[in-house]
Design a protein around this ligand. Structure first.
Ligand SMILES: [Zn+2]
Length: 160
């Protein structure tokens, strides 16, 4: 993608990556196009100061494919009743706490242990053994997992 193709895609609301999905190209409030490394928030301009040369090869910029939704699971039981500790850092500009790049430990509420989170396509989420038990119990488990996820979403949406 060349400079104008990248800018046009972003202006049209598409997500543009450089090199891999860890880098996102965006436009800030001042109208500057930036490449951000999402893991640590570090940023460079999309182009040189004059706006004539990309900071990267044209071939390394690409538009994100719409991705299939995923669920985050416990690697032991593949259940979704998992939680992640997060860290907050004080943002001087916004005058509020924002999520820091640092991520703490993960816990599975079903295994009741510190776990490792794995990702699975959301379409595969209904395979676990829980379903071989009575359907009532499985449904109840699913409902609990849903509630837990709703809570997590609310938490990560910045309800702090
Ligand atoms: Zn588990």
């Amino acid at each position: 993608m060349n400079i104008s193709e990248i800018k046009a895609a972003i202006d049209a609301g598409q997500i543009v990556h450089w090199s891999h999905t860890g880098y996102v190209v965006s436009r800030d409030n001042a109208g500057q196009y930036l490449i951000t490394y999402t893991r640590n928030g570090s940023t460079i301009g999309l182009t040189n100061k004059a706006g004539t040369k990309l900071n990267g090869n044209e071939g390394d910029f690409f538009i994100a494919e719409p991705s299939e939704p995923v669920v985050k699971c416990c690697w032991m039981c593949l259940g979704t009743n998992v939680q992640l500790d997060a860290w907050l850092a004080w943002d001087l500009t916004l005058q509020t706490w924002t999520f820091a790049p640092k991520i703490g430990s993960a816990v599975c509420n079903d295994c009741d242990i510190e776990t490792v989170i794995v990702e699975r396509p959301a379409s595969e989420r209904n395979i676990p053994e829980a379903e071989t038990e009575s359907e009532g119990a499985a449904n109840e488990q699913a409902a609990i997992a849903e509630d837990q996820q709703a809570l997590q979403r609310a938490y990560f949406a910045g309800g702090v």
